[in-house]
Design a protein around this ligand. Structure first.
Ligand code: PEP
Ligand code: MG
Length: 315
């Protein structure tokens, strides 16, 4: 499958019945843009802006940010680019946003919480993005990280719109907002599921700790059932639900995620070919059936095995 996928011409992501599933790239800087496009990325599904400022002592100015964002946005002119507002904290602390003294930084003032406590930094970032894209001409979407409540969803969406962002959304990485996706999506334009953190918080297993790595598995039916709820909410509201965690890079899990209602998948560019090939082997009905098999398992290993036999009954 790998060799076939690498030789195939780069076509847009789609299921065997023609259902489009745009395949997007996760990027942490503009240097990877050309390679992502070469590998067939149809846009960017997660631009991790905090990676640009990991060593900064002070918050970057609007001018500095505008210049950085313009590089990426202009490389994707006319294409979708989902930018994440600074996701500071825990595994990616920023000196100008986080308090290093917290006992439990994964549960602390991180992501949108930290931005809200330093609202000028968030305002500057949203302003810089809107200004950069006025020239760059990408289809710019901006989302907030680590959102836990409907009120935070409304807060971010209205602030982003006030500052000139046309399409604003939230990441679903905390179980509370997955459970309330139906309410949250009434107040915002889209959701994007970060399966790395959603798994960490659902399983109460630190994503950086090897001794609990077997629990940090996005195939776990508990995680899949949360994703199913978000997918159903997206369908009900007619709003896009993307996936931007590592789960989207697993070719079979990608099919399951589409079966659960994901409308786009974003991943490290190196994974695009194998995921494109895998999606092309299954129809939307197949994807729903394979997802159902995984949802009905007891654990991650069972979900994997059930999906595998649902996908390839002969094997
Ligand atoms: C995630 O949590 O799945 C995600 C996409 O964000 P990050 O890995 O940068 O925390
Ligand atoms: Mg995350």
């Amino acid at each position: 499958a790998r060799a076939a996928a690498e030789k195939a011409p780069v076509t847009p992501g789609a299921l065997a019945d023609g259902t489009a599933v745009p395949l997007l790239a996760n990027l942490g800087n503009s240097a990877g843009a050309a390679e992502a496009l070469e590998l067939g990325a149809e846009g960017v599904g997660l631009f991790r802006t905090e990676f640009l400022f990991l060593s900064a002592k002070e918050a970057p100015t609007v001018d500095e940010q505008r210049a950085e964002y313009a590089k990426l946005l202009s490389a994707f002119r006319g294409k979708k680019v989902v930018v994440r507002a600074l996701d500071a904290g825990a595994d990616k602390p920023l000196a100008f946003l986080n308090d290093a003294e917290e006992d439990n930084p994964a549960l602390g003032l991180r992501g949108l919480r930290a931005l809200r406590a330093n609202e000028q930094i968030l305002r500057d970032q949203l302003t810089a993005l809107a200004e950069a894209n006025a020239d760059a001409g990408a289809d710019l979407w901006v989302m907030a990280p680590m959102v836990a409540t409907v009120e935070e969803t409304e807060y971010f969406t209205s602030l982003a719109r006030e500052l000139g962002i046309r399409t604003a959304g939230v990441m679903v990485e905390v179980p509370s907002i997955a459970l309330l996706a139906d309410r949250a999506l009434a107040h915002t334009d889209f959701a994007s599921i970060g399966t790395n953190d959603l798994t960490q918080y659902t399983m109460a297993a630190d994503r950086l700790l090897g001794s609990v790595a077997t629990l940090q598995d996005p195939w776990h039916p508990a995680v899949l059932r949360l994703i199913e709820q978000v997918g159903a909410a997206g369908e009900k509201h007619g709003k896009p639900v993307g996936i931007c965690g590592e789960a989207a890079a697993d070719p079979l899990l990608a099919v399951v995620l589409v079966g659960l209602g994901a409308t786009t998948l974003s991943m490290a560019p190196a994974a695009l070919a194998d995921v494109r090939y895998s999606l092309g082997r299954h129809t939307a009905d197949d994807a729903r059936r394979i997802a159902r098999a995984a949802l009905d398992a007891d654990d991650a290993a069972g979900a994997r095995a059930a999906a595998r036999s649902a996908a390839d009954p002969a094997s």
